[in-house]
Structures are given as C-alpha cells and as structure tokens.
Design a protein around this ligand. Structure first.
Ligand code: NDP
Length: 352
C-alpha cells in the first residue's frame, strides 16, 4: 500500500483559503493502469487562475481513493513523474520511464497517481543533460515559446522578434530558442530598482536588447530601436502582459507584422490604435498551448517535445530561473498565493 499526499480543493477562491492537504491510500494497480511517482511540479500562473475559478479549463473533481467520500480537484497542471508499476496489459510504458501529463487539468501537486497510460506522455529521452526542473516545466512554457516563434510568421536568420514579459519563464524560453535559431530579440521588462541585474541576466541568456516598459513609449527609445533594427522591423510581437505595454509594443511592428497575445499578466485590456490595422495591416492573434495540444496529434506533440529536448540536450535551452517550494501544507499555500503576484524570484517548483 502506498500512502499518497496531494494539495486539493473543492471550491474556488484564494488559494491559501481553499487549498487543503490530503493524505490517502493510492488506488491499486489494475491490468490496464500504471502507477507513477511525481518528481517535480511547478506552480504556474494558470494554476492559480484555475483555483480562483478564472480559467476556461475547469478542474476535474474525482475521488482520489476508495476511502474518500468527497470529490476533490488536485491543484497544478504540469510536472514530471516516473513510472513505478505497470499493469500486465500496458504496452506503451514501462517501469522507470519518465512521463509528463497528456492533458491539461490533470492535477500534478501530488506525490503519486494511478491511471490509464493515456493520462501520461512519455518524454522523448532520458538524457542526463536535461534536468528534472527542465522536464517538470517542459510542456507549458518552452512549448509555448517554440510554437509562437514557429507558427505565425516565417522568420529568417537575423530577423527581430519583440516581446514583453521578457523575464517570464515563457520569455526566457523565447530568448533562448530565438538565439538557437539565429533570431534577435528585443525584450521588454518592467522597470525595477535592480534593473541592471535583470538586464545582465537576460543578456547572458541570449537577449539581443532589453528595454524597460517605462522607456518603451519614449521618443528616445523609438530612435534607439530604429537604430538597432534599421529597415527590418520586427514582424512578430509576443504579448504576455496586455495594457499599455502591449499597445506600446505593437507600434514597433513592421508592415504585415503578427502580434500574438498569450498572457494578460497586467490584467488590463488590450487597446490598439486603428492605424496599426489600417496602414500597417498588422494582425492580432491569440495563442493557447492547451488548445494547440488538443487539436494536434500525439505525434505532432511528440515531435515538438523531441525538438525542445534536443535544444536542452545541446545546452541551448536551460532551466528557467526557479526557486524550490517545500512539499508541505504551509509552504504550498503561501507559494501558490504568491504565484501571480509579480516581481518574483523565478518559477516556483515543488520537488517531491
Ligand atoms: P512567470 O511567473 O514565469 O512570469 C510572470 C511574468 O509576468 C514576469 O515577466 C512578470 O514580470 C510579469 N508580471 C507579473 N505581474 C505583472 C503585472 N502586474 N504587470 C506586468 N507584468 C507582470 O510566468 P509564465 O512565463 O509561466 O507565464 C507568463 C504568462 O503567460 C502568464 O499569463 C501565463 O498564464 C501565460 N501563459 C500562457 C500560455 C498559453 O498557452 N497561452 C502558456 C504559458 C504561459 P515581473 O518580474 O516584472 O513581475
């Protein structure tokens, strides 16, 4: 018998108020199921929104154990786990395999799970150059960065991409993947007292230029960016933030540019000058990696994971900046509350 623990909720609200610690007897293996042990799971902004009831994917309420009488949702959507037992009829996974979740909304803040092998996706390789933190955070942020750089506009070596939220985990992946593909990046970040440290960190990661949100709208900055890009204005803008930062950024796109919104960290609406649509024919899109995964085949997803793992193995895509969260009730509650508060020290990751 395995005693598992999970961080669960049964109603929406502020994470520290609705999250509960739950210990339970893990359901036993059947011929068609596998058992996994979680190794590490991050706390992402979407996890917090989901607990608040403000996310389009609703949690799966389930009985975690035969002894439970209540339906509970397990927090978290992303993580890496190791297969510890497989049923006789399971063909596609074996003990020792490392897996990520096949679907959004699975619930990854738990020590163990039992389920059909279709709940899990095998990771392409067990390369020792790819760390547990990289594996735990691979499906959401690097894949989002990868798709947005690939799917909206054909970019050539030396082309510029502009993004805000440049220091977000997605932003860091954009910087590194862009560099690996020979693209240049202009990265907008919020100003802060120690901005020079952040500039240095992002530049070391491969950022071509770092600009603060406060400077972005200024005349001097327009001239400066013009001197960098010359006639090849960026044709791809990636928007993590919304509000003024997004409006200011859109003005830097060249004719027929593509502006892709994937986050709304400022919680401010997008406001766009008509001139960008009329005179520059800029198109505005959204991107959602969960939807991408839903409408693409398992093979397409595997191919992307292979490419991303390949970049990791070659040392071109590193760990996001991260901090460890202890696996106990109080640490989880405070960390999840902190999950979207801004000016953070990096991605929070639970190691089990
Ligand atoms: P991180 O927690 O790593 O980064 C958060 C980023 O948001 C930081 O750059 C932070 O900058 C910035 N930020 C926080 N609060 C504010 C604020 N009030 N105003 C402006 N900027 C702020 O997040 P992720 O990289 O994991 O995710 C970033 C965003 O992308 C989230 O909105 C997430 O939901 C979304 N996302 C969307 C996906 C999709 O498929 N559409 C997939 C993955 C992520 P600072 O240091 O200045 O606080």
């Amino acid at each position: 018998d395995i005693t598992a623990s999970a961080v669960v909720y049964s109603e929406y609200g502020q994470p520290s108020q609705v999250l509960k610690w739950h210990s339970y007897r893990l359901p036993g293996l059947t011929p068609t199921t596998v058992q996994v042990k979680f190794l590490a799971s991050p706390i992402n902004p979407a996890d917090v929104n989901m607990i608040q009831g403000a996310y389009p994917i609703k949690p799966t309420y389930q009985k975690l154990s035969l002894d439970d009488d209540k339906l509970l949702a397990v927090g978290g959507n992303e993580g890496v786990a190791q297969v510890i037992a497989v049923g006789d009829q399971v063909q596609d996974l074996k003990v020792g395999d490392q897996v990520v979740m096949a679907n959004t909304g699975y619930g990854t803040w738990r020590t163990h799970a039992t389920g059909p092998s279709s709940d899990f996706q095998l990771l392409p390789s067990n390369d020792k150059n790819v760390s547990m933190i990289q594996k735990a955070t691979i499906t959401v942020n690097p894949c989002t960065a990868y798709r947005m750089l690939k799917d909206f506009v054909k970019l050539n070596q030396g082309d510029y991409v502009i993004q805000n939220g440049g220091n977000s985990a997605v932003g860091q992946a954009v910087i590194e993947i862009a560099k690996a593909w020979g693209l240049k990046t202009i990265n907008v970040v919020r100003n802060r007292p120690d901005i020079d440290n952040l500039r240095k960190e992002l530049t070391e990661l491969g950022a071509t230029h770092v600009v603060t949100d406060e400077d972005l709208g200024k005349h001097e900055t327009r001239a400066l960016i013009k001197s960098w890009v010359g006639n090849s204005k960026p044709l791809l803008g990636l928007n993590c933030v919304g509000g003024k930062s997004a409006t200011d950024m859109a003005r830097y796109l060249g004719e027929n540019g593509q502006f892709v919104t994937y986050g709304a960290m400022s919680r401010k609406p997008l406001s766009l000058p008509a001139s960008l649509l009329i005179f520059k024919n800029i198109s505005f899109h959204g991107f959602w990696v969960s939807k991408w995964a839903e409408v693409h085949s398992k093979e397409d997803r595997y191919q992307m994971l292979e490419d991303v793992v390949g970049l990791m193995s070659q040392g071109k895509l590193g760990e996001p900046k991260w901090t460890q969260v202890k696996w106990d009730e109080e640490s989880m509650k405070t960390s999840v509350d902190r999950g979207i508060s801004g000016f953070a020290g990096g991605k929070q990751v639970v190691i089990f």
